[in-house]
Ligand binder design. Structure first.
Ligand code: 5GP
Length: 167
């Protein structure tokens, strides 16, 4: 396993994003909407570095009809609390084609939150199929399949404390 982003760099960058969010939300309550399962470590590292009142909610989605060109998204686990009127931040592990976040943004906006932003730990700009505005990005990376810090290969490697890649 080769290391792409080590633990120290991850922590430092996540703390920077945490400070940005703290500034933007000035003491407001925030609802973190984590996209299962990969966002869990990022969500926790962000949350513990922010002093605001942060509530957690989770959603799990997957793409079906497998292929990249058709890639539709379905909800495997839906949210269980109302988000109407809330200040929501979608927390995602990685933006690849942009399909998942485009779907989620639309889905959440229909529920009329007070505000909606997106934080993603990683982004692969070269892979984008749909343009999507992401408010906070940890690291832009090249087109490599990455694992660790929540990201899996066949459900494995999620608990690695760094982001690595398999050649
Ligand atoms: P998108 O809808 O933006 O194409 O894909 C987002 C999802 O694809 C991510 O939430 C993640 O589950 C998966 N994904 C994309 N690139 C990678 C990668 O390099 N490694 C892993 N483990 N998952 C990825």
């Amino acid at each position: 396993m080769d290391i792409l982003i080590n633990e120290e760099k991850l922590q430092k960058r996540i703390q920077e994003i945490a400070k940005e969010i703290e500034k933007e939300y000035e003491g407001k309550q925030i609802l973190f909407l984590g996209v299962l399962k990969g966002s869990v470590p990022f969500l926790w590292e962000l949350a513990k570095n922010i002093k605001n009142d942060i509530r957690f909610e989770f959603i799990e989605v997957s793409s079906y009809q497998g292929t990249e060109s058709t890639g539709k998204i379905k909800i495997n686990k839906d949210i269980t609390q109302s988000i109407t009127g809330k200040d929501v931040i979608i927390v995602e592990d990685i933006v690849d084609t942009g399909r998942t976040l485009t779907f989620l943004k639309q889905y959440i906006l229909e529920k009329k939150p007070n505000s909606l932003k997106i934080a993603a730990l990683l982004s692969k700009p070269s892979r984008r199929v749909i343009e999507i505005d992401v408010d906070h990005i940890g690291f832009e990376i090249e087109d490599k399949f990455v694992v660790g810090f929540g990201l899996d290969y066949d459900q494995k490697y999620r608990n690695l404390p760094y982001v690595g890649y398999i050649e």
